[in-house]
Design a protein around this ligand. Structure first.
Ligand code: IVH
Length: 684
């Protein structure tokens, strides 16, 4: 039996090894051990901490995994108020500001230029080198304690390289590539990475935050000993303590400025130039903005000299020693007239802001989704607030920020406790509120209009208003009723003459020809959309009966063996397709004559990526055995295949020991594709 000291030693050693490997992996992108070896270290530490909770260190790297317990976010006052930044949109205004400051000092004037990363502000408190508290900006005077969530962020050090007691400020953000991938998974509900990051930081369960690859960068540090008097030196120190500092730091000094050799030797990517080069640098940064993998909305120009900073001081709104240079003027500005909640087919309750109509990239916007309670809290949105509304790319319009709080006494909007449609108590899952009542009229309406809608069963003449009427008349209560009711019963009601009724009947009859894949995806089951449907049919579930049979077995492994289906979707398949109520609906649809199995020989199209191409194959392959499997992949993507190379052939897939087809293809100028290139195209 080892004694406490031995165990503690082992835990300490594991912790420092893990931290070293995390730094190598996340900060330096130079891992030394495999993921598996890393997991082994991690699991051992986790096990020891569970067994000996009294010995677990507060800064243990296991804290990164987060917890499933609900977080509270107590309010914490900021010792140094978190002011905003004054901002300019043009170079002349920036130069004017610099001229004004020049008048205030007779010392050589230097500026640091940092990127203004568009994320969520964070204040980090360290005591003796250990992260003890992380607080949001809040209203600038009081923020929320979100320490548990911040501990899960890989590049926020849990302990520093030196035992300093200090406060740091920085930004938590999400890379654009991560944002795009994750936002797609949640139906693109967030307008931008900033809103996504802000929403994530407010998640109640830190284990959920841990799954989001949030990143940080730190741009200010407040140390107890005041030996550092220049911002460039503070940034250098922040970096050496183990934080991520902006990669692109610009330092602008007059000609005769002193020597900063050591700092720039450590940071070859930082730029040291003369003050007159500042405009050129700004133009260059503006130009390079689109090639960054994170969003910056401008630059921050800061006086380097702390003595000067102190002399300049602050207004009640912003410090006089810093200026944001914003790349773009704000977009549409509007006022929130009301906030209402809508219940969708899955029961998800979504708050929607009714705003004073504004034009945004050519269309009038009067409704803006506010997504969920976390989102509302993170931006602190209330009725009557003046807000900036944007629409980036073709993403739905979104509130970017509150520009001015209402003075009518409205508080931050709170989600109701009961469903506005059926009065059932709402339940919270992850970031969202849900109405759990399956018979809730709002849910039924959502389910019916989804089923009949475009892209699903596409039943013409069965739009929202008709569905509403059918529900009001008690003719349709669930999906199968669409195939039961007699459209004649609509006759005589306003807007339903003979002609319309006949069209409805035709539309419904026509929908019975829709293939199995469409019927299945139209049921509106959670997570079971077109993509998942295709994957499972391709994997051999060519009829609903086979699928239900396996779902009833309750073994997720049956589904997770299908590439592209993870444990979450497997569970949804089991829960929903094993549910007697869902099965009853499916049985009734079968009786009505809908297609609930795939037709013989039906090739399932997954994309048009190979459309217009004619492929031929020669040689043998590692992955595709027999090689016809490769040609199946071509067909699934809309390509044609041929058994010999002719003038029509566009591509030849070439494996080991190719035959005469290769020579012929070369002569005809056909594209020669290796197995590796082929698989790369399949996955990308
Ligand atoms: S310095 C007194 N530096 O911009 C305020 N802020 O309007 C000192 N931000 O939410 C702020 N990058 O989180 C500073 N390099 C940077 C920044 C930065 C982003 C954010 C900050 C705050 C907002 C200020």
């Amino acid at each position: 039996m080892p004694d406490d000291t031995e165990i503690r030693d082992r835990m300490d050693r594991l912790a420092s090894e893990i931290v070293r490997h995390q730094t190598l992996y996340y900060l330096k992108a130079r891992p030394e051990i495999s993921d598996k070896e890393y997991d082994r270290l991690f699991d051992e530490l986790l096990r020891l901490e569970r067994e000996y909770p009294g010995l677990a260190a507060q800064d243990s790297p296991t804290k990164r995994v987060g917890s499933d317990l609900d977080n509270e976010f107590p309010e914490v006052p900021h010792r140094i108020p978190m002011l905003s930044l004054d901002k300019v949109y043009a170079e002349e205004q920036l130069l004017e500001w610099i001229e004004k400051i020049k008048k205030d000092t007779d010392r050589p004037l230097s500026f640091v230029v940092e990127e203004k990363i568009d994320g969520s502000t964070i204040v980090l408190h360290y005591e003796n080198g250990v992260l003890v508290r992380a607080v949001t900006r809040g209203d600038g005077f009081v923020g929320n304690d979100i320490t548990e969530n911040v501990r899960t962020i890989r590049d926020v050090p849990l302990s520093l390289t030196e035992p300093v007691t200090a406060v740091f400020r920085g930004e938590i953000y999400l890379n654009l590539s991560d944002f795009e991938r994750l936002n797609r998974e949640v139906d693109n509900i967030y307008a931008n990475p900033r809103n996504f990051a802000a929403g994530s930081l407010r998640r109640k369960k830190s284990a959920e935050v841990a799954r989001i690859p949030l990143r940080s960068f730190v741009y200010e540090g407040f140390f107890d000993d005041l030996a550092l008097r220049e911002h460039i030196a503070v940034l250098h120190r922040i970096f050496s303590l183990g934080f991520r500092v902006g990669k692109d730091i610009g330092f602008f000094t007059p000609d005769d400025a002193g020597s900063y050799g050591a700092i720039f030797d450590d940071h070859p990517e930082w730029v040291h130039r003369r003050l007159e080069d500042l405009p050129g640098y700004i133009a260059q940064k503006k130009e390079g903005r689109s090639s960054l993998d994170y969003e910056i909305d401008g630059l921050v120009v800061k006086a380097d000299d702390y003595q000067l900073r102190n002399r300049l001081g602050s207004t009640s709104h912003h410090p006089r020693w810093a200026m944001a240079f914003k790349f773009e003027a704000p977009q549409a500005v509007s006022v929130i007239n009301a906030i209402e909640v809508q219940v969708g087919r899955t029961g998800r309750v979504t708050p929607v802001a009714r705003i004073e109509p504004v034009t945004l990239s050519g269309t009038t916007v009067s409704n803006v989704t506010l997504h969920n309670q976390d989102y509302i809290k993170s931006l602190d949105i209330a009725v009557g607030d003046r807000v900036a509304v944007t629409r980036r790319g073709d993403v739905i319009p979104a509130v970017e920020e509150v520009l001015q709080k209402n003075n009518e006494g409205y508080d931050t909007f709170d989600m109701p406790e009961r469903c506005p449609s059926c009065r059932t108590s709402l339940v919270i899952e992850g970031a969202h509120h849900f109405c759990p009542n399956r018979d809730c009229p709002a849910r039924v309406y959502g389910k019916l209009s989804f089923f009949c809608g475009r892209g699903q069963m596409d039943i013409e003449n069965l739009g929202g208003e008709t569905i509403r009427k059918l529900m009001d008349l008690g003719l349709v209560r669930d999906i199968p009723d669409i195939y039961r009711f007699d459209p004649k019963d609509l006759l005589g009601h306003e807007g339903f003459a003979e002609k319309k009724v006949a069209l409805i009947r035709e539309g419904i009859a026509g929908s019975k020809k829709k293939p199995f894949s469409i019927v299945l995806a139209s049921l509106g089951l959670d997570e079971i959309g077109p993509k998942v449907t295709e994957l499972i049919i391709e994997a051999g579930y060519t009829s609903i009966d086979r699928l239900i049979e396996d779902a009833k077995k309750g073994d997720p492994g049956l589904f997770t063996r299908i590439e592209g289906i993870g444990p979450k979707i497997a569970k949804k398949l089991i829960d929903q397709l094993g549910d007697p109520e869902v099965i009853a609906v499916i049985e009734r649809l079968k009786e009505a004559g809908l297609k609930l199995s795939a037709e013989e020989g039906e090739t399932i199209r997954i994309s048009d990526a190979f459309a217009g191409e004619v492929w031929c194959v020669t040689g043998s392959f590692d992955l595709f055995k027999p090689r016809e499997l490769a040609m199946e992949e071509v067909k699934k993507r809309g390509g044609k295949v041929a058994s010999s190379v002719t003038g029509n052939t566009t591509h030849l897939l070439t494996g080991e020991n190719p035959g005469s087809k290769l020579e012929k293809a070369k002569k005809l100028g056909v594209a020669i594709v290796t197995e590796q290139e082929f698989t790369a195209r399949l996955s990308g």
